[in-house]
Design a protein. Structure first.
Length: 388
């Protein structure tokens, strides 16, 4: 394992564990302390705004400081974000915590994507992303299990103390670490991307509309679907953690088989099938009911998890293949700008929708509509296999 890969997995392992400890639970934590779905939409929108503003700054400092300092900064941003949860739980808290959630997400996702991009080529991107995702899932689920137990038994303070201890030690470790690992030369020797270039970006892969769609699904998967699961397990952090672990085990073996063969499958056929499976997953989310038997619930949840994971594997392979063969870092930055900007935009519509009733029952309607919208991902499959 090369130094670049070691840096990637060290960074990922620590952050994935910390994300599982608490950030995974943020939507249900906000829900349990009394914030409405419309207020959670405000939090999500501010996360998108914080991400975009932070991305603009990050693009202008990433060439001036070392990779280890960038990684240390990511742990510092997580420390600040977690500390904000001791504020009074009002709209000022929503603004501050939402914004810094975006700052932390920007630091984490940009470092992760740029490091991962340097370790792949179109012939192994599917397998490598599969290995990468399995590693992240295992560490993330360990964090989820521990975080759920602590939140259930001891509350936020215990989660905070463990999380910030790890974050601060990790930040100091990377700050003091001597390493020759650098960001890709195409990043280091390029100019920051101007907003005019982002707004005017076009390519033959229909990337921009797909990035816009992905902005909506990012917050549906990461926020409202987690709330739905929380309600299904009768609002128990511990049970939610156990359910997530169980679902990972159920689809894990099948996923391992598929990720080892995805690079040899017909690119567009595999991607098209994955989109239809993803659409099916949102139909199943829409018809899911607490009134179903435990066996039926578990079966549907396993199928939803499997369909979603296969789609994310196919989508990310396509994304990184195009990025690797085209503008690389610029493509990654453009994706983040569009996805996060429209994440903020979609959350505004979510605020208006939920403000009419603020009932979790409205989520089923959103999921069924999302099944139709998800078919928009198909326009990303029309190019031939990207050459190296």
């Amino acid at each position: 394992m090369g130094s670049l890969t070691r840096s990637l997995y060290s960074f990922l392992g620590l952050h994935s564990f910390l994300i599982g400890m608490f950030p995974f639970y943020i939507p249900v934590y906000l829900y349990t302390i009394g914030f409405s779905l419309s207020q959670i939409c405000c939090f999500i929108g501010l996360t998108g705004i914080g991400f975009v503003i932070s991305l603009y700054v990050w693009d202008r400092i990433c060439r001036k400081i070392s990779l280890n300092n960038l990684i240390a900064l990511s742990f510092l941003s997580e420390f600040i974000f977690l500390t904000l949860f001791f504020m009074n739980k009002d709209m000022t808290f929503i603004v501050a915590a939402g914004f810094f959630n975006g700052v932390f997400n920007c630091n984490f996702w940009m470092i992760q994507r740029l490091l991962f991009l340097d370790t792949i080529n179109p012939e192994n991107s599917g397998k490598k992303f599969g290995n990468f995702q399995i590693f992240v899932l295992i560490v993330l689920k360990i964090g989820i299990l521990i975080g759920g137990a602590l939140l259930e038994k001891s509350g936020y303070f215990s989660v905070y103390m463990l999380s910030v201890s790890i974050a601060l030690m990790a930040g100091i470790f990377f700050l003091l670490k001597k390493s020759d690992v650098l960001l890709n030369k195409r990043v280091l020797f390029s100019n920051p991307i101007g907003l005019k270039a982002v707004v005017g970006y076009k390519d033959r892969f229909h990337s921009v509309p797909v990035f816009v769609i992905d902005g909506a699904f990012l917050y549906l998967e990461s926020y409202f679907w987690v709330i739905s699961l929380f309600i299904i397990v009768r609002q128990s952090y511990w049970n939610l953690g156990l359910l997530v672990i169980l679902l990972m085990v159920i689809f894990g073996v099948i996923f391992v088989i598929i990720k080892n063969s995805i690079d040899r499958l017909p690119l567009n056929k595999m991607y098209t099938a994955a989109v239809f499976l993803y659409s099916l997953s949102w139909v199943l989310r829409g018809v899911l009911s607490e009134e179903l038997s435990n066996f039926s619930l578990l079966l549907l949840l396993a199928l939803i998890t499997f369909c979603t994971s296969i789609f994310r594997l196919a989508f990310n392979k396509r994304f990184f293949d195009i990025a690797k063969s085209s503008t690389a870092h610029e493509y990654i930055f453009v994706k983040s700008y569009f996805s996060q900007f429209f994440l903020a935009g979609f959350s505004f519509f979510g605020f208006l929708f939920f403000a009419a009733g603020d009932s979790v029952g409205q989520l089923s309607i959103i999921y069924l509509v999302s099944a139709i919208i998800s078919m928009g991902y198909l326009i990303y499959s029309k190019a031939e296999r990207v050459k190296k």
